[in-house]
Design a binder for this molecule. Sequence first.
Ligand code: GRF
Length: 198
Amino acid sequence: MTEVAILISGGGSNMVRLVESMAQDHPGRPCLVLSNKAEAGGLAKAQSMGVETAVVDHRPFKGDRAAFGHAVQAELDRAGAEFVCYAGFMRIMDPGFAGAWRGRALNIHPSLLPKYPGLNTHERALEAGDTEAGCTVHEVTEDLDDGPIRGQGRVPILPGDTAKDLAARVLGVEHQLYPKVLKRVLCGDHTPVELNEG
Ligand code: GRF
């Protein structure tokens, strides 16, 4: 059984699906939900599902990313974490932390990487006139949104779509994709998961 820690910053909708997916017939177990924000709505959801939670506020570290990484690592060690899922976690971890978890950490990003790393992905896809969008689960490396791709989900961009419309459509696929990728990766299978809502 692999002890899985999930990092969030907000509502944690992907975290909820990941925890639910590990409830039975799964090689992973949620050992911790950690947020950099005490007010993150996902913390109460995790507690209601019986998952231990922790908060490591990034602000006292004033941009000392390595010190923040050490504080997060201390909580992961305390919980016995063996694998990390970033799920709506809005902090960029220092290379030392990312390197320590290389091969044992996944992130979900709301674009079809390598297109649109970083922020405002839906606005950028609409601005570019793309006809499809989607999400990517990738291994976390020292480079932002750049690790080996372990799954992608595609959705159509429809006439008149706003960024909000597109975000909602992509999020629905994220909720299907991430649990499938986590289970496959924890089973040692690196074959990318491909979902297509087109
Ligand atoms: C989603 O767009 C996800 O792609 C990104 O963070 C956003 C919120 O995710 N990683 P969640 O609802 O907190 O899981």
